[in-house]
Design a protein around this ligand. Structure first.
Ligand code: NAP
Length: 287
């Protein structure tokens, strides 16, 4: 089910990742977002990189310009703030040759919901839900009239298997996946060649777990993937018109099985989440 997806108009899809137009990537200052920037730069794609850490964005932009001779712009913005999100939405909507938007900026949670600082929980919803919503709206209004382009929402395998200590994270990543499925249905109904994709990685090497303060060694080594592997699976999936991409055979198998379980059995599996061992105190952490 998850590997199949929707395949059509491959020629048009290849335009997303073949050095045409501009790709906008949020959360491009590290991890999966940086890996998207590097992969698309290698394909000759012009880039707009968005995140809060201006110095990281500037250094990456300079390196990619020098190495690949492409146009790379940066926008330092906190997408969980209304001002930062408005500036980003304006930049996305104003990119006439927009071929790809990657809504990737995000962070994790650690702790029981009721113990966490509410403001941090709200920041997570603003970033994973409201920023993705608004930027996708801006992007589709450029792409649909042109009849081409793609939007990738970087969700998580946590969209399929929820867990304690992660309530807001799992809920927002589930939202991203369900939202993408709905958009996919709308675009298909309209006969549009614009593509959307929910990318649902499992454990991936990045700064995500450093920000969380989680020791990677507490999670089995065979569960980890490299950010560049995740990105290549995503871009290959986009070229093939897949609205849902779960990188790694083990995670595809896991998501398929867990989704088919009766609720009571699913809850038993979810209660055994591998991050339990990594719980080093309560609270809710972000950069
Ligand atoms: N790593 C994993 O195991 C894993 C698994 C499944 C899904 N994911 C998802 O993958 C995405 C990327 O995470 P990652 O693993 O690459 O972690 P990462 O290395 O920590 O990258 C997170 C990125 O998001 C940006 N960001 C965070 N808050 C932001 C804000 N308020 N405004 C703008 N940018 C913000 C960060 O940049 P600044 O700090 O410079 O703003 C950074 O570039 C996230 O959505 C995460 O949920 C990760």
């Amino acid at each position: 089910m998850f590997a199949a997806g929707f395949r059509k108009n491959n020629t048009a899809c290849e335009r997303y990742t073949a050095g045409v137009g501009t790709a906008v990537i949020t959360g491009a200052s590290s991890g999966i977002g940086e890996a998207f920037a590097r992969a698309l730069a290698r394909r000759g794609q012009a880039l707009l990189l968005i995140a809060r850490r201006e110095d990281r964005l500037a250094a990456l932009a300079e390196e990619l310009r020098a190495r690949h001779g492409i146009r790379v712009e940066t926008l330092a913005a906190d997408l969980a703030s209304s001002g930062g999100l408005a500036r980003a939405a304006e930049a996305v909507g104003g990119t006439a040759d927009l071929t790809l938007l990657v809504n990737n900026a995000g962070f994790g949670t650690r702790g029981y919901f009721h113990e966490g600082v509410l403001e941090e929980q709200e920041r997570m919803h603003r970033l994973h839900v409201m920023a993705a919503l608004r930027l996708t709206h801006a992007a589709l209004n450029v792409m649909i009239p042109r009849g081409e382009g793609g939007v990738i929402q970087v969700a998580s395998v946590a969209a399929f298997a929820r867990s304690s200590y992660n309530a807001s994270y799992c809920a927002t990543k589930s939202w991203m996946t369900v939202f993408t499925e709905g958009l996919h249905l709308e675009l298909r109904e309209m006969g549009s060649r614009v593509r959307v994709q929910a990318l649902c990685p499992g454990f991936t090497y990045s700064e995500f777990h450093d920000v969380l303060g989680v020791d990677r060694k507490t999670i089995a080594s065979w569960l980890w993937m490299r950010a560049d592997e995740v990105v290549e699976e995503s871009l290959r999936g986009l070229e093939r018109g897949r609205w849902l991409v779960i990188p790694g055979r083990i995670y595809r198998w896991f998501a398929t099985v867990v989704s088919k379980l009766p609720v009571r059995l699913r809850l038993a599996v979810e209660a055994r989440n591998p991050q339990r061992k990594a719980r080093v105190g309560g609270g809710f952490v972000s950069r």
